[in-house]
Design a protein. Structure first.
Length: 485
């Protein structure tokens, strides 16, 4: 529900809506002006009455960007819109969001700006949604202009969703990037361009993950049809003020709301919504340092966690160590890891890093099942491949993400790791006691242990450290193999 003028003033927001002004035979404009004070709500909703007979709505905005002292955030204002169905949490009235990526957008029945949903422009009270990401000490003054064009509404667009299966290789290891952005949020590439970059990177699947909008889902159908060997999963990056979460592989057309913080105790509702739509809940870059980026919701509702986001940085090293500390071998309570490029624009690289998953086929159902089970590893590119397994003397065998049961705590288990690639790598085995074994400048290793000594084993393939004893950036990371008697 939109705030009343009294509530707006009480919350540190002033707003004024100008009259509907004819600008020509078939157009009219309305101006909304106001100021958002520091400490205002995360989301501000400005009423906008859409007249009957509107065929196109075009919205543009500007806001003041005064200089600020060093170390003080300046003004940054996001924008979107909700239709006459309202602004209630859950997004029934949601019609689009562009964040701060563009200064104007339009909606018609047959088309809309990327990030927005085409469809009928029903008359009634709509709301322009503002998200004051950061506010300067003197406040954030904005001017919004809405232009209404009257006429024939046109034929509503029919969404073209991507198919749920692509041409695969049967049971195989498939490579994918589950976190990337196109022009439908703040990326610079079209879906077709992203698909071409994905194939050039050796990928078999990608996941559409725009910030706070599912509008791109309908744009991926023609792209997937042009390349039957590329599986396009549909999802969203839910960008809250206390962390980002990637919905991976939700049913096409699924929207997940983002308008809450960890303190609101609402995340479980939307995590369940993602899973009900068939997707995975994957906290993204959990230790990122940008405002609102670090993960604050806990991992009780997560299905996996993104520990490698784009080029390897200290944030990723912390994420890897934090994830490792949560592994609870012997009871199977652990989260699989994912690696994604978080591609927006160059010099970002689609598929660097990527997740390699063992799946029965190249289909949405099979890929998500493999990810959910942890039958996957992270690789910096398609130039790196890993095999990692464990075997007992009696022949019991386990691969990545599996559990191996020995007959006794003292039964010996052979761990084997092999890497193929174009570089020189240092191989490491990590257990619940830390780094247990290393093989510098090697392509394979074997190591023996027992369940009494080791609860889990995972592998790291790293580039040689440029300045020992600091670890080099990884070329690959595996999910653990659990050991128990």
């Amino acid at each position: 529900m939109a705030l009343s003028r009294r509530e707006l003033l009480a919350s540190g927001v002033t707003a004024a809506v100008g009259p509907l002004t004819p600008t020509g035979r078939d157009t009219a404009t309305r101006t909304l002006r106001g100021t958002i004070a520091p400490g205002a709500p995360d989301w501000v909703y400005l009423p906008l009455d859409v007249p009957p007979g509107t065929a196109e709505l075009r919205v543009s905005y500007t806001y003041a960007k005064p200089p600020v002292p060093p170390g003080t955030p300046g003004n940054a204002l996001d924008i979107g819109i909700f239709d006459q169905r309202g602004t209630g949490l859950g997004g029934h009235g949601f019609r689009g969001w562009s964040g701060g990526a563009r200064s104007e957008f339009f909606l018609r029945a047959d088309a809309a700006t990327p990030g927005y949903l085409p469809g009928p422009l029903e008359p009634g009270r709509w709301h322009v949604a503002l998200g004051p990401y950061t506010v300067a000490p003197e406040g954030l003054t904005y001017v919004i202009t809405a232009t209404f064009t009257y006429g024939d509404p046109g034929t509503p667009a029919v969404p073209g969703y991507p198919p749920q299966r692509a041409r695969g290789r049967g049971r195989a290891w498939y490579r994918g990037d589950c976190h990337l952005h196109s022009v439908h949020s703040d990326g610079r590439r079209t879906p077709a361009e992203l698909a071409a970059l994905a194939r050039a990177a050796g990928l078999d699947f990608i996941n559409s993950s725009e910030h706070n909008t599912h509008a791109a889902h309908a744009a991926w159908g023609p792209v997937a049809a042009a390349d039957p060997g590329l599986l396009v999963l549909t999802g969203e990056e839910i960008t809250t003020r206390t962390g980002h979460v990637v919905a991976v592989g939700t049913a096409p057309g699924t929207f997940t709301d983002w308008r809450y913080r960890a303190r609101d105790q609402r995340f479980d509702r939307f995590a369940h919504h993602i899973r009900k739509a068939g997707g995975l809940v994957v906290p993204a870059h959990p230790h990122a340092t940008c405002i609102g980026c670090a993960w604050k919701f806990g991992f009780g509702e997560a299905d996996a966690v993104e520990v490698w986001n784009g080029p390897w940085t200290p944030d990723d090293e912390v994420a890897l160590a934090s994830w490792d500390a949560t592994l609870t071998a012997g009871r199977g309570q652990w989260l699989p890891v994912l690696a994604s490029s978080d591609y927006h624009r160059e010099p970002d690289r689609v598929g660097s890093p990527q997740t390699v998953v063992l799946a029965e086929d190249l289909s949405r159902e099979a890929i998500l099942a493999g990810l959910r089970a942890g039958h996957s590893y992270a690789a910096e590119s398609s130039a790196v491949s890993v095999t990692f397994d464990a075997v007992t003397a009696r022949g019991a065998h386990a691969g990545i993400g599996d559990r191996i049961r020995a007959t006794a705590d003292t039964e010996e288990v052979l761990i084997r790791l092999t890497v193929t690639g174009s570089g020189s790598y240092d191989l490491r085995l990590v257990t619940d006691q830390g780094v247990a074994f290393t093989a510098p400048a090697a392509t394979s290793l074997e190591w023996r242990t027992t369940p009494s000594r080791t609860s889990y084993v995972r592998a790291e393939v790293r580039h040689p450290a440029p300045a020992p004893p600091l670890p080099g950036a990884p070329a690959a990371l595996t999910n653990p193999i659990l050991l128990s008697a």
